[in-house]
Write a protein that binds this ligand. Structure first.
Ligand code: AMP
Ligand code: FE
Ligand code: FE
Ligand code: ZN
Length: 282
């Protein structure tokens, strides 16, 4: 059984509509979770498309959290979208996403790459969750860079000149909100892109012991083989679930094809059990 639990549609920073993503998933997978950044807005369309296409679509989200100023992405599965605490916090995060845009546009202008607001607005489309990938796509459209990767590597990454900080939920708060919404919480790509130092084994152990964290995403393109082996061993030692997923973004990310990493059926069974126990809806 092919199970991929981390994908993005154009409701956040992917490039496929939820229905297009699910149609593609039906050719490659038996189960797919849609995990857009900080919004549940794509789920209804995706679930309906899954019924049509004959692929099971699970309800997920990727939440922008932070720990001591460093970004930590959390995957939530089976959260009730209308749980008040979580819904209010996600609105706060999305507001923070929108609020940082003028400062990043000012930085782009300062570096000789003006991005008219209508160009950016077209890239954002109907997404309620604007992110740097939309700015990257506007930069591509205007001929400043060749692709998203170049935009991030030279300009938009956290240590590059265009970057502007944004609001993100404190890690333990976000974990509690996922739990209160009936969901299962995992850290996405915990040791990818230099973030290993921010999430040391002691912190993962503390979160596991506090019973707020269900697992970690082990098989991810941002983890090399040695990192996966270390993280898998740590997850086993701490009793954390270990998943594998693509982090598909459509045309927005190379080498993240649907199904490039997979989650074991028994892990999904345990996720289902916990969501049911907590009153969530997968
Ligand atoms: P933001 O949500 O505005 O903080 O932007 C973070 C998003 O940018 C992540 O969810 C990734 O999808 C994307 N991203 C980060 N680094 C890169 C990169 N090097 N190339 C392409 N996309 C990236
Ligand atoms: Fe993304
Ligand atoms: Fe992420
Ligand atoms: Zn993601």
């Amino acid at each position: 059984m092919r199970i991929d639990l981390h994908t993005h549609s154009n409701v956040s920073d992917g490039t496929d509509t939820p229905a297009e993503l699910v149609a593609k998933a039906s050719a490659a997978l038996e189960v797919v979770a849609l995990t857009d950044h900080d919004t549940f807005d794509g789920l209804a369309e995706a679930v309906a498309a899954g019924v049509q296409a004959g692929v099971e679509v699970l309800r997920g989200i990727e939440i922008s959290a932070q720990h001591r100023g460093a970004s930590v992405h959390l995957l939530g599965y089976g959260c009730l979208a209308d749980a008040p605490g979580l819904a209010a916090e996600l609105a706060h995060v999305r507001e923070g996403r929108a609020q940082r845009v003028p400062a990043m546009l000012a930085n782009l202008a300062r570096y000789g790459m003006p991005v008219p607001v209508d160009v950016l607005a077209r890239q954002v489309g109907d997404s309620p969750s604007v992110g740097r990938p939309h700015l990257a796509d506007a930069m591509v459209e205007l001929g400043y860079v060749a692709d998203r990767r170049e935009a991030f590597d030279n300009w938009l990454a956290d240590d590059k000149p265009i970057f502007v900080h944004r609001y993100a939920t404190e890690l333990k708060t976000a974990l509690r909100l996922i739990r209160q919404a009936g969901g299962v919480a995992l850290v996405a790509h915990p040791w990818g892109r230099g973030s290993r130092a921010q999430l040391p084994p002691e912190l993962l152990a503390e979160l596991a012991a506090s019973d707020l964290l269900d697992g970690v995403e082990v098989d991810h393109q941002d983890h090399d083989q040695a990192t996966r082996a270390d993280l898998r061993a740590l997850a086993a030692e701490l009793g954390l679930l270990a998943t594998g997923s693509s982090d598909y973004h459509g045309a927005g990310k190379q080498e993240h094809d649907l199904g490039c990493n997979l989650t074991a059926p028994e892990v999904l069974t345990e996720i289902r059990r916990r969501v049911a126990e907590r009153g969530g809806r997968l």
